[in-house]
Design a protein around this ligand. Structure first.
Ligand code: NAP
Length: 319
């Protein structure tokens, strides 16, 4: 099969590799797959447990061995506790070969009904980012329609789903971004407003124009996290699933005095994945696709994500 193969940290190529069949698993003929920041971290060696050679890619849609169109849950072995994943939990695309390929082997439990209101490309954008956004908002932050919600860094794949889900639920949703044009796009999709997190005055502006937020979703962490603590309403929940900018800067007094909950979240259980699909089907949510590449042009796709130029998901379509 032909795939995007990480041979070592110097060599990421589109090339032939022997398929990795796994007993009891099902071969999926991949029609489309989507890039996540995880693939970029792995290709740079910034991820635990990297092994070579590896076929990258967590998200995919395609046809199973019966010819049925399916969507893949990248998570395997979540385990029996909804609160956290088991020690044997893994995500497709490391350690098992992933979806940036003609075909891919997945466990029967990873195969779900294809969301029929979507085409291959938009459905491929959904799995990892969709389930991470869903668990963060619903299972962890317990978002309600009456909550005022802030999504930070809305240009991110997960962040954009979090915005779409919270708007669909009926929340008043605000965003931040480092790019004015991304804020404008978010507003055109139903966000009530947005601020540039690079501006020194953005916290004060939000405080005077909007007040505070009941639920805040973040993936950047770092020094900027202290601004989110300032922007949280008493009793608020700040949920984060990434730490792109490093360690959190938190004022403990503000957290305990405002009775804040600071919640970590990772991917989602099989239950979260099924609930996410049901939500997407119910509200006919259509993932935002930034751009579509062929697998052979993967370098341009990885570059685009590295530079943060995208709004929505970067998708690979197989011919
Ligand atoms: N724990 C999990 O299960 C899980 C799942 C998925 C992703 N992640 C992690 O979450 C992070 C984002 O993943 P992704 O796939 O959504 O990546 P992505 O699509 O590349 O998005 C990254 C986004 O981060 C935003 N950002 C950068 N600096 C920021 C800052 N100072 N404040 C707020 N936002 C900032 C940018 O938003 P703007 O462009 O709008 O400025 C950028 O688009 C990565 O670190 C990834 O590894 C974790």
């Amino acid at each position: 099969m032909k795939a995007i193969v990480l041979k070592d940290l110097e060599n990421l190529n589109y090339e032939e590799i022997d398929n990795q069949s796994i007993e009891g698993f099902v071969k999926i003929k991949i029609k489309a797959s989507a890039l996540n920041h995880r693939d970029v971290w792995i290709s740079k060696g910034q991820y635990a447990g990297i092994k070579f050679p590896m076929v990258l890619g967590s998200d995919g849609v395609g046809f199973d061995d019966q010819g049925k169109k399916v969507i893949i849950n990248p998570g395997l072995n979540w385990g029996s506790n909804e609160a956290f994943q088991s020690k044997s939990y893994q995500i497709l695309g490391l350690p098992n070969f992933g979806t940036f390929s003609d075909s891919c082997w997945v466990a029967p439990t990873q195969i779900y009904d294809f969301p029929t209101h979507l085409d291959d490309v938009s459905a491929a954008a959904l799995p990892s980012a969709g389930v991470t956004a869903y668990r963060s908002l619903f299972s962890r932050a317990k978002v309600k329609p009456t909550d005022k919600v802030l999504i930070s860094g809305v240009g991110g794949g997960v962040a954009l789903f979090a915005m779409q889900f919270a708007i669909a639920l009926g929340c008043d949703v605000y965003v931040t971004s480092g790019h004015e044009w991304k804020i404008e796009k978010a507003i055109s999709m139903g966000a009530k407003g947005g601020k540039n997190y690079k501006s020194d005055s953005y916290v004060k502006e939000f405080q005077s124009e909007v007040g505070g937020f009941d639920v805040i979703v973040d993936s950047a962490g770092g020094d900027g996290f202290s601004n989110l603590v300032k922007l949280a309403n008493p009793g608020g929940r700040i949920v984060f699933y990434g730490g792109t900018n490093g360690n959190l800067n938190i004022n403990p007094q503000m957290v305990f005095w405002k009775q804040l909950s600071i919640l970590g979240s990772t991917m989602g259980s099989d239950h979260d994945f099924a609930e996410m699909l049901a939500f997407v089907n119910q509200y006919k949510i259509v993932p935002v696709v930034d751009s579509i590449f062929e697998l052979k042009d993967f370098k341009a796709a990885f570059d685009k994500m590295n530079k943060g130029e995208q709004f929505g998901k970067i998708v690979f379509r197989n011919s």
